[in-house]
Design a protein around this ligand. Structure first.
Ligand code: SD4
Length: 302
């Protein structure tokens, strides 16, 4: 299991993201560059997903608003939230980290910054996403649909999948990134866990990294990814750390937890990895020198 270089990512589309990252890692590149290259694939090159970047489902009012963050081996981080009209939030997050004294830019300010940095402003709502949204509007009653992995309510089948990625390069340095269109049909202005350092992503180069997917509100409430990394610092394996973070979410709200999905994915300094989710159906992709397209079923409480 252990060793590096390695990159791991949430969900099935982690496989194509990992392949993008692997081009960088396998040629001696830096984990941070691998994360950005990998995350850009589900963001805009893969137009079959409705949960990340271009083609992401809109919020309640029809706006596609994107959340993303990135963190490197030196503890530098950058983030954008509720950003519209830019197809590569991971790259904007990186630019926030590298070109500004700030960590986080939101909304119009994030879009403005991206344009100033030379990125193209474009319409992200595709005709297909618009159709799904309009169907949802018929029954929505303007309440966002919960993110349920195996749910049966309208919109559920589209209503999950953030890509969270963690990589260790040949030098043993760890970086991570996270990018999403967030919960489908959310209230306009809603920000999830994915752009929040410590919630949707955390990296500590001495210990490891963690990322999350699922109902961001529960992850924010529990500062999930930071918790997973701190548990690994105390000696938990990546899987046990993810399990304990999920257990705490369930313990605080057992009834809510039955209705929602939250999953964590983690890697430690040795390159050992693991994951755990509330519900079954969570998957993650692993890519290293042995195999580039491994997909693993995440363990879960239900
Ligand atoms: C959010 N955590 O915006 C994201 C959504 C997600 O799988 O990960 N879905 O809350």
């Amino acid at each position: 299991d252990a060793g590096f270089p390695i990159v791991i990512s949430t969900w099935d589309f982690g496989i194509i993201a990992n392949k993008g990252a692997w081009k960088v890692l396998s040629t001696g590149g830096r984990a941070l560059d691998a994360i950005e290259a990998g995350a850009r694939i589900p963001e805009a090159e893969d137009i079959t997903n409705h949960t990340v970047g271009r083609t992401g489902l809109p919020d309640r009012d029809g706006h596609v608003t994107l959340d993303s963050c990135i963190m490197d081996e030196n503890g530098n981080c950058g983030s954008v939230a509720a950003m519209e009209n830019i197809a590569h939030p991971i790259s904007v997050a990186r630019l926030v980290m590298e070109k500004t004294p700030h960590v986080m830019l939101v909304g119009d300010g994030a879009t403005q910054f991206a344009v100033e940095q030379g990125m193209k402003k474009e319409k992200l709502l595709t005709p297909e996403s618009e159709k799904i949204w309009k169907e949802w509007l018929k029954t929505a009653k303007y309440s966002p649909v919960m993110n349920i992995e195996n749910g049966k309510k309208p919109g559920d089948k589209y209503n999950h999948d953030t890509i969270g990625m963690l990589a260790i390069d040949a030098k043993g340095n760890i970086s991570g990134g996270c990018t999403t269109s967030g919960m489908a049909f959310k209230l306009h202005g809603r920000v999830g866990d994915s752009p929040i350092i410590g919630a949707g992503l955390y990296v500590d180069n001495e210990v490891g990294g963690a990322t999350s997917t699922g109902v961001g509100e529960e992850v924010i409430r529990n500062v999930g990814s930071f918790l997973v990394v701190e548990l690994m610092r105390q000696g938990y394996s990546p899987e046990d750390a993810c399990k304990e973070a999920v257990r705490r979410i369930i313990k605080k709200k057992p009834e809510t937890a039955k209705q929602i999905q939250v999953g964590f994915l983690a890697i430690n300094k040795k390159g050992e990895y693991g994951a755990y989710a509330i519900q079954s159906g969570f998957s993650f992709a692993v890519c290293n020198a042995q195999q580039q397209d491994l997909l693993i079923k995440g363990k879960s409480f239900y």
